[in-house]
Design a protein around this ligand. Structure first.
Ligand code: ZN
Ligand code: ZN
Length: 195
């Protein structure tokens, strides 16, 4: 029984569809369809396949190319949607931070704290949750709840050492409580955390 020069499996001349080059190198029709996507020559003798044979697979090739293009288009589109979404999310978060800072400026500390606590995910170390921790600390500090402020700022700098403002407010909070040594410890870390 002859075999296909592409997949090396047998070709049953009665039941399989097959083709060949001029030198009678047999190939399964399905194997040839794939092969012609890459080359128009016989893989064994490099003899070009006849144009009439190649034409028989034109639709197959066209469809494959369309599929490939469609998949590529889809991927690009998804990528661009994802990017847009990320930008929108970021803008939304910045607006949120703005509005919280505004509440803090207006000394509406409890309102700000309530909103922040609603959003805060204590298992996250995401940059956004660190910002929320910072704002929670700051609102509590300005409200005069230095113990609470210390809790939040401590949590913050434990997750991210390089957060100079966190150490600054941590120091200020300790100072307000008369804990000068601890305040100094925090102040000392403002510059070392930036290395
Ligand atoms: Zn084959
Ligand atoms: Zn050949």
């Amino acid at each position: 029984m002859p075999s296909c020069i592409i997949c090396h499996l047998n070709i049953n001349e009665h039941t399989d569809s097959f083709k060949s080059c001029k030198n009678l190198h047999l190939v399964h029709k399905t194997c040839l369809a794939e092969w012609l996507l890459h080359s128009q020559n016989c893989p064994l003798c490099s003899e070009p396949y006849s144009q009439s044979l190649i034409d028989q697979f034109k639709d197959y090739k066209d469809n494959k190319q369309k599929e490939k293009q469609a998949a590529l288009d889809k991927e690009l589109k998804e990528e661009s949607i994802k990017k847009t979404q990320q930008v929108a999310d970021k803008i939304l978060f910045l607006k949120f931070v703005d509005s919280i800072e505004h509440l803090i400026e207006e000394e509406k500390f409890n309102e700000a704290i309530e909103i922040l606590l609603d959003l805060y995910n204590e298992n996250s170390t995401d940059e956004r949750d660190l910002k929320i921790l910072y704002l929670l600390g700051k609102a509590n500090y300005l409200k005069g709840r230095y113990d609470m402020a210390i809790n939040f700022f401590f949590k913050l700098v434990k997750i991210k050492y390089n957060y100079p403002d966190g150490f600054l407010y941590l120091g200020r909070s300790y100072e307000k409580l008369g804990l000068k040594d601890k305040a100094q410890w925090a102040y000392d870390r403002i510059s070392s955390s930036q290395k």
